[in-house]
Design a protein. Structure first.
Length: 648
């Protein structure tokens, strides 16, 4: 068949290994690690899903090589641990049986040991080792590695490589980027040594090269070794792209693939993991430049999820391989959909950082748009329901759409009613905000799935108890969402006020001087967007902090954008909306006018309790999901919708 994206679908042979395509899965840690550092069955299932989804390679995340001097990265291949090799073998095997090449990332976190621990206080009781003596910004003392310890660590890379090969891994990724140990040696910012490992670039590359040589000794010829590096550290006193090119040239003789990522985990998180506020593929230029100077295949990544863009990257010779991290959580089957010319079915990553934040908060994984992530063992196959039922879903927001789609996949007859003239619920309001386009697009993709599965979508249809009775349904899923909170404040119902949910319909009404009233997530993101459009934006929030409920990864990046575009007034209570702004009371009780001729009302949402109460006794099986149940996240709406449909 003729492939729509022939370059992405083209195999690649490196050493003795042939990859089935150019779409590789970037290392992302599964979370099910035993206390003695073995990889558990849930993590195996986490990786297997992407192998099943068609990736050319699935990289198993950070295997610790030298526990004595490292503690950040949870699992390790250690012959002294009874099950360690067996566990790694099950994981490699689970990837390989789908025709995908299993690769293992070997890593050492060096001076940042402990970064991944949920309980950060434990870090202080660990020994942190780096290239040089220093004290970290968080007060943790770092000791310089001695030559003996360096030799031990290098030797341990070799030993772990041998074990990894024995376990069935067919490629190794040596992590030399993102601010971890090898990167710390490469970086003039961290490496202040005066011996043969510090100073000149040649000296700073010495540790990396010793590691790479040791790994080669471990795995032998023909076995692909990939070096993950940051093309530029993007920090003051760190190395830039020019030096990144020189590093790439220095290590090239010892590697088979150069994997060009960017930045450091600790200092430029939003570059290493490009946020929704940045361009897709904002780091591709790094690989493109390095590729001009080396002859081994070069890989790129960072916010990639669009097939046309990825195809162009390879077709134009900017890189030979594209890696995806988050995009393959959102849709593990993305590579298969591309291979099958079905790219319109790809569920796109929102770059909302739920995946990373959930790990920090609860040591689990989640994905907003894919309810299976972190719970892969519960099964990615939807089995037909034993008895076919008639199901009515009231409300076509993200939860309702996903519930309808899932119920239909199970073979039920499904009607999806939406009282407005368009599906999407609260996601409709995202269409006017360019950096949230993918949220809007999500509703379109879920709508497509509903149509493919013959869900009977009825727009402009309000569900009442009489309607449910008339349809004689067996199951009702109430997904009627929430309504914006617009309190009875003087002036808040005036002509100069636009409720944030309606911004997409009324954006022409918004003048160049705006006050956003409410500093939750919706208010903050709308304020950023208005600022990006060149408007003068003030933000009024009664609490002392903005968006306290936003997740711990997204929030700091969002606050940086707020700093760029918005004048913030926290601790301000709005008293009255006027034609020239909002009259507020500050904490000292002074009255202050925050100026602006337009006001965006973003004071939060309330569950649509009236409709829920009216409907809750209308059918034998009733499930209430999403904001209708509790004002919450898209993540919960989709997850609850999925399970409500499985429960029928
Ligand atoms: C949930 C998650 C876990 C990650 N874990 C690792 C890891 O263990 N090792 C690593 O080198 N990079 C890790 N990364 C970084 C990714 O490999 C990748 O470099 C980054 O997410 C940028 O790619 P993306 O924009 O396609 O997600 C992780 C990223 C995510 C989203």
């Amino acid at each position: 068949m003729e492939r729509k994206y022939p370059n992405l679908c083209k195999p690649l042979t490196v050493g003795r290994v042939t990859f089935r395509n150019r779409m590789f899965s970037a290392p992302m840690g599964g979370t099910d690690i035993t206390n003695d550092g073995c990889i558990g069955p849930k993590s195996t299932a986490f990786y297997e899903l992407r192998a099943k989804g068609g990736a050319g390679v699935v990289t198993v995340s950070e295997c610790m090589v030298h526990p004595k001097t490292d503690g950040s990265h949870a699992y390790h291949l250690d012959p002294s641990i009874l099950n360690s090799l067996a566990c790694a073998t099950y994981t490699a095997d689970a990837i390989r049986r789908h025709g995908c090449i299993p690769s293992l990332e070997l890593s050492h976190s060096g001076m940042f040991a402990g970064t991944y621990m949920t309980d950060k206080s434990k870090q202080k009781s660990m020994n942190q080792w780096g290239p040089s003596d220093t004290v970290r910004a968080d007060g943790v003392v770092v000791k310089a590695l001695t030559k003996e310890l360096i030799d031990e660590i290098v030797e341990s890379y070799k030993n772990v490589s041998i074990m990894a090969k024995r376990a069935g891994f067919e490629m190794l990724m040596i992590h030399g980027g993102h601010g971890w140990l090898i990167n710390q040696f490469l970086s003039p910012l961290f490496n202040k040594r005066e011996d043969e490992y510090g100073g000149s670039l040649e000296n700073r590359c010495r540790f990396a090269i010793e590691v790479l040589k040791a790994v080669r000794e471990g795995v032998g010829p023909g076995f692909p070794i990939e070096f993950r590096m940051s093309g530029s550290e993007f920090v003051e006193d760190g190395y830039d792209l020019e030096e990144g090119v020189r590093i790439a040239k220095m290590v090239e003789p010892y590697v088979d693939i150069l994997h060009v990522s960017a930045g450091t985990y600790q200092k430029t998180f939003g570059i290493t993991h490009p946020s929704m506020f940045t361009d897709h593929g904002r780091n591709v230029f790094l690989a493109e430049e390095i590729k001009k100077h080396v002859s081994v295949p070069v890989a790129t990544l960072g916010g990639l999820n669009d097939p046309a863009q990825m195809e162009e990257i390879i077709a134009s010779g900017k890189a030979d391989i594209v890696y995806m991290g988050r995009a393959l959580l959102a849709d593990p089957f993305l590579p298969r959909k591309i291979m099958a010319n079905k790219d319109e079915e790809i569920v796109k990553c929102l770059r909302c950082f739920t995946c990373m934040a959930e790990r920090a908060a609860t040591s689990t994984r989640r994905c907003t748009v894919n309810p299976l992530i972190g719970r892969e063992m519960e099964g990615d196959v939807i089995y037909p329901a034993p008895v076919k039922k008639k199901v009515l879903v009231a409300g076509a927001g993200p939860g309702g759409l996903y519930a309808a789609y899932t119920a239909a996949r199970r073979g039920h007859e499904v009607i999806l009613c939406e009282k407005t003239n368009q599906v999407g619920g609260i996601l409709k309001s995202e269409q006017a905000i360019p950096f949230k386009q993918e949220m809007y697009q999500l509703s379109k993709t879920y709508e497509l799935f509903c149509k493919q599965w013959k869900v009977d979508i009825r727009l402009n249809t309000e569900v009442t108890p009489e309607y449910v009775e008339k349809e004689k349904v067996d199951a009702l899923i109430i997904a009627v969402g929430s309504n914006p909170l617009v309190p009875n404040l003087p002036g808040l119902h005036g002509d100069n006020v636009v409720v944030v949910n309606n911004y997409y319909l009324e954006k022409e009404k918004v003048s160049d001087d705006v006050v956003v009233f409410g500093g939750g997530l919706a208010g903050c993101e709308c304020a950023i967007h208005l600022g990006m459009e060149g408007k003068r934006v003030h933000l009024v929030e009664m609490r002392d902090v903005l968006a306290p409920d936003a997740n711990v990864r997204h929030r700091p990046l969002m606050l940086k954008e707020i700093d760029k575009y918005v004048t913030v007034h926290t601790g301000y209570k709005g008293l009255e909306v006027r034609k020239d702004g909002i009259l507020c009371e500050d904490k000292e009780g002074n009255q202050v006018l925050v100026p602006g001729t337009s006001v965006i009302c973003a004071l939060g949402q309330r569950s649509n309790i009236k409709d829920v109460e009216a409907l809750r006794d209308s059918a034998e099986y009733v499930a209430i999901i999403g904001d209708a149940s509790k004002v919450s996240t898209i993540t919960n709406a989709v997850y609850w919708g999925y399970h409500a449909a499985l429960d029928i």
